[in-house]
Write a protein that binds this ligand. Structure first.
Ligand code: PLP
Length: 441
């Protein structure tokens, strides 16, 4: 049924009176963009303006907008069974966990939640309890990287390495430590990328040792840093991290919230590297954001330390909505669509083409570096190519708003610790057509 459309201005006024937007500074003059609908890689605002969504919302709408199949399975499932708490079980949750296990090569158990932050909180609780029940109760600390984003709740925010996101919300959780990630573009002059990545991995090991290795529960990292400016490590870095975790009995937690489900050109970002994570967290592309759902995947060997029969040896964590039947059904259909349309390969192909075409911009005086993996790209803007001084916020904002004025939404990110946001980010739906790609270029 066609609904009567309200005039845009009255909606804007109602919005400004009632809706507290995410990460927004209050500004009477700011006009919220009211999005009306989505079609493929495009969103259409209330005034009928079309934009190619070069950020897939928040790096999430991997199969694109307007998929009737996803709406249909949600409808069918809600009619049949809208809700069961995950203290019990239901078919879509069982089938989805089995499917995810196939994609990961078996050996995992899956705990459902609602968001990426939730999935990471669950990972931290599982890691701490596992060590306690494994006779290593002193292991409570986590190490993550500066510039990484792992979520907004108190534990996930503690793991986040972006000071500005924590400012005025501290103190947060105790025992979260940070090391620097490899930033290959800004590595010391004269050092090879491989050497530099090995050095950064060594710094991680040094941190473990200085902190007393028997106190470290886990390391959490994305396969590549996304929200902190698309930092892609040399493979030796992650391989060394795996080796360090094995050597010191530290759990390796891989955050696939953005990198999962084809974003980097493979099902999971860590599959580009020789890794066997102990815990993997996923959200966003799991349902292509059609419904909220997240998962914490845990190696069976770790799971087996729970439910030992001893008092309180089970995981005493629950949430009301995690594993919602319609969300699980949508996730299954979403993965089926990705497989049927070969979207993981398509992501690799589109990303390669986009990167090749954009390399033409390399000579531009303000373009410092262009990098990416799969359909996930970063363009690092500088004021000066030689000094690599980061581009000013004004310059970056102008590019983002000029793109929008021309019908393309892109993001901006960077090293917020150092106070700059000079990396343009592009992370469009994997279902982009060739014409969409041309438009972006
Ligand atoms: N981890 C990563 C890498 C993310 O990018 C995000 C969100 O952007 C999260 C975790 C948190 O996910 P959510 O916003 O669903 O809580």
């Amino acid at each position: 049924m066609e609904t009567v459309k309200q005039p845009t201005q009255s909606l804007v006024e109602k919005d400004l009176q009632n809706v507290w937007h995410h990460i927004s500074a209050y500004n009477e003059k700011s006009q919220p963009m009211i999005v009306d609908r989505g079609e493929g890689a495009w969103i259409i605002d209330h005034n009928g303006n079309k934009y190619l969504d070069g950020m897939s919302g928040l790096w999430a709408v991997n199969v694109g907008y307007g998929r009737e199949e996803l709406a249909q399975v949600a409808y069918d499932q809600m009619k049949k069974l809208a809700y069961v708490p995950m203290t019990q079980s239901h078919e879509p949750a069982i089938e989805l966990a089995a499917k995810l296990n196939d994609m990961l090569g078996g050996d995992y158990m899956f705990f459902y939640s609602n968001s990426g932050s939730d999935a990471n909180e669950v990972a931290f609780k599982i890691a701490r309890q596992y060590h306690q029940q494994n006779g290593k109760g002193a292991r409570f600390k986590f190490i993550s990287r500066y510039r990484a984003y792992h979520g907004s709740s108190m534990g996930a925010l503690s793991a986040t390495g972006q000071a500005i996101r924590k400012y005025k919300y501290e103190p947060l959780s105790h025992g979260f430590l940070h090391v620097a990630p490899p930033d290959n573009y800004r590595r010391p002059k004269g050092q090879s990328i491989k050497e530099y990545n090995l050095q950064r991995a060594q710094e991680l090991e040094d941190k473990i040792i200085w902190e007393q290795k028997e106190t470290i529960a886990g390391i959490i990292m994305e396969p590549l840093i996304t929200g902190g400016g698309i930092l892609i490590p040399h493979p030796v870095y992650l391989e060394k991290v795996q080796e360090i975790c094995n050597k010191h009995g530290v759990l390796l937690i891989i955050d696939e919230v953005i990198c999962g489900f084809g974003r980097t050109g493979k099902a999971f970002g860590h599959q580009h590297f020789n890794l066997k994570p102990d815990i993997i967290t996923m959200a966003k592309g799991l349902t292509s954001a059609y419904l909220p759902l997240s998962v914490t995947a845990v190696r069976k060997e770790i799971y087996e330390k729970f439910n030992t029969g001893e008092e309180n040896s089970h995981l005493r964590h629950l949430n009301t909505f995690g594993g919602n039947p319609a969300a699980c059904a949508v996730a299954l259909k979403n993965i089926e669509i990705m497989e049927r349309e070969n979207l993981f390969d398509r992501s690799a192909e589109l990303g390669d083409r986009l990167q090749k075409e954009l390399k033409e911009l390399s000579n531009h005086p303000y373009v410092g570096d262009i990098r990416g993996l799969g359909f996930l790209l970063g363009i690092e803007m500088v004021e000066d190519k030689i000094t690599m001084e980061p581009a000013s916020n004004e310059r970056v904002l102008k590019i983002v708003s000029d793109c929008k004025a021309n019908g393309l939404i892109i993001g901006k990110n960077g090293d917020t610790v150092a106070g700059y946001n000079n990396i343009l980010t592009i992370s469009p739906p994997l279902s982009c057509t060739d014409e969409d790609l041309e438009f972006m270029i």
